[in-house]
Write a protein that binds this ligand. Structure first.
Ligand SMILES: *Cc1c(COP(=O)(O)O)cnc(C)c1O
Length: 389
């Protein structure tokens, strides 16, 4: 049996090493890490993450259901999202999740109503838009005033006044998420400063919060995935340890997605044709933006490697492109060994926002996932396996 390309390949050993490094880096018991399921929602990935005791961060009702199915405890699940439907809120409330991160004053009213129907008091947090620049790609920036997410800081007192009138809501925390693929620690320091100011203000209103959720966003090294596969979680947590002025008994929650799963996944694709264009060579592969949309959507860089080429043949420059009928269906340009039809290209760092964002555009088949511990894989893909190991 030959394995059909393209496919996703997940290195479970790297995932576990990453999770071990992450849990080892947690500086104290009041730091709680959730995994942001939207980065990769494969059952085996979720089950592995669950083994390390992380909670779940969800952005839809179906993600809550999936988290529960994969063994996450409702008391460790949080829900965010700028447009939660009534059905999604009902899923959250009826399962009594840890916190619903509420993003508007109007949403407070809806949660209050649905909580009343469920005869429950829902634990909610305000998702605050702190107007902190994450200094990342503009399409993955979420914490600026111009972004749709969260309640503006200036509206917090009004939100507090509203919540006092709502008997089925209990305000337990505040939540932030400023963006993704953040590599400099400066935006996180700024976030801590904003949180501290806000905590003072909220305390003046006579409210002491149980938890502060600072979201996710820690970036990974897309340029050197093999040399630097595990993010510096220690440095990241140290920022919050040092800069947040927590009150007695308060917990800090994190929602890391990309930094947990990005490096353990690759997209494996076969070269269909090599075409000499008027200005460059195209290596046309059988994966496209339908399997990995990040380059098309965010101009993202992914390292690629021809894992079957003969290095003795010398190098050439290629634009690696997919088969989809869109000019943006390009994975990138690179120099690689002379490439021929049927060569196998590994597109690295595809574990986060890869498979979850896949589509069947052009009525394509869904690519399947293989895991590094599958015995049959050796036989199935033969030569590539050596390079994948
Ligand atoms: C996407 C998202 C995350 C995870 O972001 P990463 O950059 O993958 O760590 C965390 N929290 C919320 C609310 C999100 O929307």
């Amino acid at each position: 049996m030959a394995v059909q390309t393209p496919f996703y390949f997940y290195d479970l050993e790297l995932l576990e090493n990453t999770l071990q490094a992450l849990t080892d880096a947690v500086p104290s018991d009041n730091f709680k890490v959730h995994y942001a399921i939207k980065a990769n929602a494969e059952t085996r990935i979720l089950e592995t993450i669950r083994k390390y005791g992380l909670g779940a961060d969800c952005v839809s009702g179906n993600e809550i259901t999936k988290a529960l199915e994969c063994g996450f405890d409702a008391s460790e699940i949080v829900l965010a999202g700028v447009g939660k439907s009534d059905a999604e809120l009902n899923t959250a409330i009826s399962n009594q999740i840890h916190s619903i991160n509420c993003e508007s004053i109007e949403e407070l009213e809806v949660i209050n109503e649905i909580a009343e129907q469920n005869n429950q008091v829902a634990s909610i947090s305000f998702r605050i838009n702190p107007n902190v620049d994450a200094k990342t790609h503009h399409k993955i920036t979420t914490g600026l005033s111009e972004n749709k997410f969260g309640i503006p800081i200036s509206e917090v007192s009004r939100a507090i006044a509203e919540i006092r009138k709502m008997p089925f809501l209990s305000l337990s925390g505040i939540h932030f998420h400023i963006g993704s693929q953040i590599l400099s620690m400066d935006p996180f320091v700024k976030l801590c400063q904003q949180v501290n100011t806000l905590l003072d203000e909220i305390e003046e209103e006579g409210i002491t919060l149980e938890h502060i959720n600072v979201g996710g966003g820690l970036g990974i090294d897309y340029l050197n995935p093999d040399q630097n596969p595990i993010p510096d979680f220690e440095k990241y947590f140290a920022v919050f340890k040092e800069h947040l002025n927590l009150r007695e008994g308060q917990t800090v929650h994190f929602e890391l997605g990309r930094s947990v799963v990005a490096q353990c996944g690759s997209l494996i694709t076969k070269v269909l044709y090599v075409k000499k264009g008027a200005t460059k060579n195209f290596a046309i592969v059988d994966a496209g933006m339908t399997e990995l949309i990040r380059p098309a959507l965010y101009d993202s860089y992914h390292e690629m490697e021809n894992i079957t080429a003969d290095p003795l043949l010398g190098n050439d420059n290629y634009s690696v492109v997919g088969p989809i009928c869109e000019s943006s269906d390009v994975f990138g340009e690179l120099e690689m060994p002379i490439t021929k039809r049927n060569d196998i290209i590994k597109i690295k760092s595809a574990g986060a926002y890869g498979q979850v964002l896949s589509s069947n555009y052009n009525l394509r088949d869904s690519a399947v996932a293989y895991y590094s511990d599958e015995q049959s894989l050796n036989v199935c893909i033969g030569k590539e396996q050596e390079a994948l190991a």
